[in-house]
Design a protein around this ligand. Structure first.
Ligand SMILES: [Zn+2]
Length: 281
């Protein structure tokens, strides 16, 4: 379900910790703001203070600790804070500390009403079983599912890889002008891995040469530079085979060569996601 908002709003990124991003949504006509993720108190509090904002809503994209660390400090200053996120967050944080905590499940067609805004929810498991994408018009707050030129790590078995592959496919099916707001900036490392597979890709080259403002990215760009968006394309699969051959990844090359055509996209995803975790630029 896609909702359309008439309200004006502004999205402000906040850099936290080593490479995290949180985001504030400023709403027109009120000082109440929405915060996406609570990675680190000081930069978030500084931004709230600089804008004389009142933190009214905290949205959590998933349960990993580097997105939750500022919750207690923020609740101490903003005791009326309402929280939002997947129900599994209640296994990791005390949701009863919030004045309200609105919990969502894995269903399609859920809508979150936050402040005066309506967000369509996309359940996006793979990196975490609690990952939800929050879509506001063409702005998708995506947590650690997709980063610029890459995707989040996978900590489970083969079913988690399959879930992540499906999650990325569903993001890739959104309109090309959808803006993606990731939870981390790992761009340079991601781009260099993408370049190792596609050394002649001019889009990757120019992104590597650009100054480092990486958020938001967008689906049109990711279709050009992000290897995890391309695994269904035969010309990209051929580049992966050439990369595996050149780097002596014989077992992976054999796995791809022996894959039935209907499984090639997923097997390509599985192989490059595993190689990315071991890869050093
Ligand atoms: Zn995470």
């Amino acid at each position: 379900m896609v909702t359309k908002n008439n309200n004006d709003y502004k999205i402000i990124p906040i850099k936290c910790l080593a490479d995290n991003y949180c985001y504030i949504i400023e709403l027109k006509g009120t000082k109440d703001v929405i915060l996406f993720d609570a990675s680190q108190s000081t930069p978030i509090k500084d931004k709230l203070q600089a804008g004389a904002y009142n933190l009214a809503h905290l949205v959590l994209t998933h349960h990993h600790h580097d997105h939750l660390g500022a919750i207690d400090d923020l609740l101490a200053q903003h005791p009326k804070l309402t929280g939002y996120g997947h129900w599994e967050l209640s296994k990791h944080i005390e949701v009863s500390k919030f004045s309200q905590f609105k919990q969502y499940n894995n269903n399609r067609d859920q809508v979150a009403h936050i402040g005066d805004l309506s967000f369509s929810l996309l359940y996006l498991p793979g990196h975490a079983s609690s990952s939800i994408g929050f879509l506001l018009d063409n702005h998708l707050f995506i947590g650690d599912v997709v980063f610029k030129a890459g995707c989040g790590g996978i900590f489970g078995g083969i079913s988690s890889y399959k879930e992540m592959w499906q999650s990325i496919n569903s993001i890739n099916s959104l309109p090309a002008d959808t803006l993606l707001y990731p939870g981390h900036d790992l761009s340079l490392d991601n781009l260099k891995f993408a370049q190792a597979i596609e050394p002649n890709n001019e889009f990757i080259k120019s992104e590597i040469a650009r100054p480092s403002c990486v958020t938001p990215t967008n689906i049109a760009l990711e279709r050009k530079i992000n290897p995890f968006f391309k695994t269904a394309k035969p010309e990209f699969q051929a580049k992966v085979r050439a990369f595996l051959k050149a780097n002596n990844h014989h077992a992976e090359l054999l796995e791809i060569t022996n894959s039935p055509p209907e499984k090639l996209s997923f097997i390509t995803f599985l192989i490059i996601r595993k190689l990315k975790s071991r890869w050093k630029c």
